[in-house]
Structure formats: C-alpha cells, structure tokens
Design a protein around this ligand. Structure first.
Ligand SMILES: *Cc1c(COP(=O)(O)O)cnc(C)c1O
Length: 469
C-alpha cells in the first residue's frame, strides 16, 4: 500500500507539473512544431531495434521528449482545437490506477467495485440529461463513434426486430436514417459498418444562418422516402456540431420523430457539456425525449480519451441487440446486467474512472464552473474578434467560433494560408473549416479550462500577423 501511495503521488506530481508548465509558460511553450515523418522514423529506427533491453527510465525520458516535441500539445491553453481537452491530475491518476489494477468490466462479477462506480456515475449523468435513471441504460464507450454506432444498431433492432438474427436479409423495405449536412461523419461510418451503406443516410440541409437542421427539409425528406416505399427509422439531432457548435432544434425533431415513429438520437458528443450550465441548458431542450444520447466525457468534461458515453431509455433493446451466449463467461449476477451482453464491447477498460475521480475531486460546482468558464471565453472571443475587425460566420452559443476577415473574403489571402502560417509559428493552434458558402473559414474552439483572456488576445495577434505576412 505504501508503495502504491507513493506511486500515485508521483503520477499526480507529474500531471500537476505538466499542467503548471502549460499554464505557467504559455508564452514560451509552443503548441506545435513542424516535423516530418522521416525525422521521427529515423529516430525510432536508430534507438529501438528492440534487440536488447533498455532501462525504463531512459525509454520514458525519450518518449516524453518525443511527445513534447513531435505532436500538437492539445492540453496547452492556446490550443483552440478539435474538442481535445486539458486533463486534470485526478484523471491522470485514474488512468494510472486503472492500468495498475487492470479490472475487466465485461462482467459485473469480475469487477464489482469498478462496475458500481461507473453505474453510480452514469445514473447521475442520466439524471442531468433528464432521463429516468431506474429505467435508462447507460454505458461508457470508447467514444462517440461507438456510441453513435450502438444507438443506430439498437434503433435497427427496434424498427426491424428480426434483424438481430437474420441481418439485413430480413428487410423488405429500404431503411433510411436522417442527419443534417453538419452532422458528424461517424454516423456515415456507422451506416457503412452496419451494412446499411452510405446511401441509407439521407443528408438533410441546414439553415444557412444557424447551421442547424432545417426541420421542414426533414419533413419533406421523410414524406418523399415513404412515398417511394422506403422505411425511415432513425433521425439524429446534433447538439454541438463539430464544425461550428450548432445545435439542431431537438424539441421539434422529437415531435417529428414521435409523429413518424422514428428513433430520435441526440449526438451531444461535444455539446453535452452545455447541460451543466444553466444559461446553455435551454438550448438542448428536448434532449430528455431522445431515445438515445451520445455524450463524450473526453471532450467538454475534460478527461483523457477515449471516454464516450451512451444513454438510452430502452434498456431491453440493449440486451436484445447485443445479447450473446458463451460457455466460458461467468454467469451474471441478478440485477447487475453484464456489459458484454448489453453493449458492443467485450473486454472492457474501466473507462469511467477518470471522470469519477475528476468529478469527485471538483464536485458538480467545480466541473460546472470549468464548463462555464470555457463558455464565457467563447463569448469573449466572439466579442474581441468583432472589435478587432473580424467577421463571425455563425451565431453559436457554444465556445466554437468560426470566423473570417474582410481580407480573406476579398480573396487577398486564403483562410488556409492563414492557418498554415499560424501553425508554422506554433504559438497557437486553430483549424480551417468548410461551412456552407463559398469560402473556408477559421475555427477556434476553447477546449482548455486553462484558457484565459490573454490567450484569446494571443490567438488574435497570431491571426493578425498571419493575415499580413
Ligand atoms: C467527436 C464527435 C463524434 C465522434 O466521437 P469520438 O469520441 O471522436 O469517436 C461524434 N459526434 C460529434 C458531434 C463529435 O463532436
């Protein structure tokens, strides 16, 4: 025990030192450095033939250097990136603890404490969604991709009950699912992976102003598909699109789904965090009516990848979809429900531990304050961009800001060139985004709870400089 304690203290100290360095030396620590693959490959080839043992201390020191030098530092307060968060020390300790005990969560009987910790946490989060924890089914997943695929699979089981046994051969009519043109491509991948094919996904246009799904276009698409004899069964609302943080009108989509007997899935992989902020929560109204919800803890809840979550109000469908038998797994204990028969995974990491520790340490109010802080930084970034002569491309309420500049719009410099120049200096990171419209835009998302007003100014300074370089 004494040894474990000091081991965990060392891990925590390392994590805290990393965070302190990212926060304390934000001006000097680069977010990214240019590198080409040959350089890394040569280094690896030179040092790691794996033909002789190496002292672990030497190897980890080298790995640390490689990770710092050759890769975007997503935990940096000036990383305005793709939903990859800074992570608290508690979560890093969680990752080390999990590796240490290596609990197998496929069955409850093998990992009683771990399973119950996840259940306890998921029930609290289900309540935040407005789901009834006693009847909902919730599980940690490897990420939004698995959550979206699992939701789609359960919806298929409900719409076409014989599909679990007979597969797509059981279908007499062509299944159709709907998502907006701004929805995440994991849905398309899920449609391909489940054998439905890309053509089964009907892409619904968005409102050009809000970038949220055009509800009338959805209605029309459903009517058209029914008229040609197809079988609409699933609609995905996105709560926080990846490109722009747009939120589809969930309550309206819930009403359509009810009227048309479609499964309503809400992909809140990123935007789920907004549920923790009173002023933003209303934007997700209707999510409590969803048949299933995807919510990634490894995005706005700031724990390491991959910690996805999937919630559904149809617990029985989870089992009907994923049930299997085996002669070697221990019998489940009554009232527990084994993940390997109710989810896609088999061997299962203790995925929820990082969030459990982070939330336990911070408390709801602490976690809410972090989410709120990032939302406030997003508001401030929008205001400062406008004050400094930039143009906002859409009216998002989440801290995802897509913007452009009169010089880009005039064709004097491309958004792509601006992004490349910012990356080349490495003092901040932002991305390029294609939205409906003729020109690409710049996209900056506040993904770190360490980001402060001076980081926003530094980002705009970098973009200013890149515009005129
Ligand atoms: C990130 C994201 C996904 C995919 O989730 P992963 O955790 O990366 O697998 C799906 N949908 C949306 C809206 C996302 O932002």
């Amino acid at each position: 025990m004494v040894e474990e304690k000091s081991f965990l203290e060392r891990v925590l100290a390392l994590a805290q030192a990393h965070e302190a360095r990212m926060a304390g030396r934000r001006e000097r620590e680069l977010v990214t450095r240019p590198v080409d693959p040959d350089r890394i490959r040569a280094h690896l080839a030179r040092r790691y033939a794996f033909d002789a043992p190496h002292p672990l201390g030497e190897v980890t020191a080298d790995v640390l250097t490689m990770l710092e030098r050759w890769g975007v530092q997503v935990t940096h307060p000036r990383y305005f990136g793709l939903f990859n968060p800074s992570v608290p020390g508690a979560a890093v300790v969680g990752a080390a603890l999990r590796a240490h005990f290596n609990p197998q969560l496929a069955t409850w009987t093998h990992a009683a404490a771990a399973s119950e910790m996840e259940r306890h946490l998921l029930r609290a989060l289900a309540a935040r969604l407005g789901f009834e924890p006693d009847t909902a089914h919730a599980t940690f997943t490897t990420g939004g991709q698995e959550s979206n695929l699992s939701a789609l699979r359960m919806a298929m089981t409900r719409a076409f009950p014989s599909i679990a046994d007979r597969g797509l051969r059981a279908l007499e009519r062509e299944p159709v699912l709907y998502a907006s043109e701004e929805a995440h491509h994991s849905l398309e991948k899920a449609a391909v992976g489940l054998g439905l094919g890309r053509a089964a996904l009907r892409v619904v246009p968005v409102d050009r102003g809000t970038l949220a799904m055009d509800v009338e276009a959805l209605r029309a698409a459903i009517a058209e598909d029914r008229a040609r004899g197809a079988a609409p069964f699933f609609v995905a609302a996105t709560a926080g699109t990846t490109s722009s943080g747009a939120i589809d009108p969930i309550a309206q989509l819930a009403a359509i789904a009810r009227g048309e007997a479609l499964w309503l899935h809400v992909d809140a992989a990123y935007g789920g965090g907004a549920l923790l902020v009173p002023e933003l929560r209303a934007a997700l109204a209707g999510i409590e009516q969803a048949d299933s919800v995807t919510w990634d803890a490894h995005k706005w809840l700031s724990v390491p990848m991959g910690a996805g979550m999937l919630f559904t109000r149809h617990a029985a469908l989870a089992e009907a979809t994923f049930a299997t038998r085996s002669g070697y797994m221990p019998a489940p204990r009554a009232g527990t429900g084994d993940p390997y028969v109710t989810t896609l995974q088999w061997s299962r990491r203790f995925i929820g531990l990082e969030l459990f520790l982070a939330l336990a340490e911070l408390g709801w109010s602490g976690l809410e304050a972090r989410v709120e802080h990032q939302a406030a930084m997003g508001e401030r970034l929008r205001a400062r961009l406008v004050e400094r002569g930039y143009l906002l491309r859409h009216p998002s309420r989440l801290p995802v800001v897509c913007f452009t500049h009169p010089r880009i719009e005039a064709g004097e410099v491309s958004a792509g060139a601006v992004v490349r120049r910012v990356h080349a200096r490495g003092r901040a990171w932002l991305s390029l985004v294609r939205l409906p419209g003729p020109r690409k835009a710049l996209r900056a998302c506040v993904t770190s709870y360490l980001t402060e007003p001076r980081d926003l100014e530094a980002l705009i300074d970098e973009v200013d400089r890149a515009l005129t370089a």
